[in-house]
Ligand binder design. Structure first.
Ligand code: SF4
Ligand code: SF4
Length: 66
C-alpha cells in the first residue's frame, strides 16, 4: 500500500478525497474516514498529503522513484 492514513489522527474533512487527481481515495460513508480504494493507480503526486490538516497521510515511495 503506497498511501498510509492514520485514522486515529484523521478528522474526516475529506480534503484528501477531494484533492486526489486520480480519484484513488474515497470517503467511507459509514466510518467517515478515507479509504484508499485504488492503491495500485497512485502515482505519488503528494496532493493528498500536502493539504491534510492533521498530517496523518504517509506516502511510501517505491524504490525506483528515489
Ligand atoms: S499521492 Fe496523488 S495520486 Fe496518490 S493517492 Fe495521493 S493524491 Fe492520489
Ligand atoms: S485530509 Fe487528512 S484529516 Fe482530512 S480526511 Fe484526509 S486523512 Fe483525514
Amino acid at each position: 500500500m503506497a498511501i498510509l492514513i492514520d485514522e486515529t489522527k484523521c478528522n474526516g474533512c475529506g480534503l484528501c478525497d477531494h484533492n486526489c487527481p486520480g480519484d484513488i481515495i474515497h470517503m467511507d460513508a459509514v466510518s467517515g474516514k478515507p479509504l484508499v480504494v485504488y492503491p495500485d493507480e497512485c502515482w505519488y503526486c503528494g496532493a493528498c498529503r500536502i493539504d491534510c490538516p492533521e498530517n496523518c497521510i504517509k506516502i511510501i515511495f517505491p524504490l525506483i522513484s528515489l
